[in-house]
Design a protein around this ligand. Sequence first.
Ligand code: 5GP
Ligand code: ZN
Length: 110
Amino acid sequence: MCIFCEIIAGNIPSTKVYEDDMILAFKDINPVAPVHIIVVPKEHIESAADINESNSKYVAHIFEKLPEIAKSQGIESYRIINNCGEDAGQTVKHLHFHLVGGVKMGEKII
Ligand code: 5GP
Ligand code: ZN
């Protein structure tokens, strides 16, 4: 099992901030901003390059819930980051979106 599947299964502890039958959101262990939440589908999808007709519902659901998750953390403006593949810096091979905020980030993407 990958590390995020272990977190979903409850085998590795995490600070959960939102959960339903399709997705889980928890605090990043190494936050880069005052708010840094990881949002994952409960189905193991390796990366954004593996989204297809049968699993895209998870991505849609994540984006439907992101504003509510952000609000629960006290922010309404945030950056959503997905690292897809090696060169982009994806270290955990389970599709996830970083919800980052609580700080003025400026206009540069990287
Ligand atoms: P990536 O670099 O793959 O886009 O992001 C992986 C993220 O997962 C990193 O920001 C890292 O800090 C976080 N992370 C890795 N392992 C764990 C863990 O065991 N628990 C939590 N809460 N976050 C983790
Ligand atoms: Zn997984």
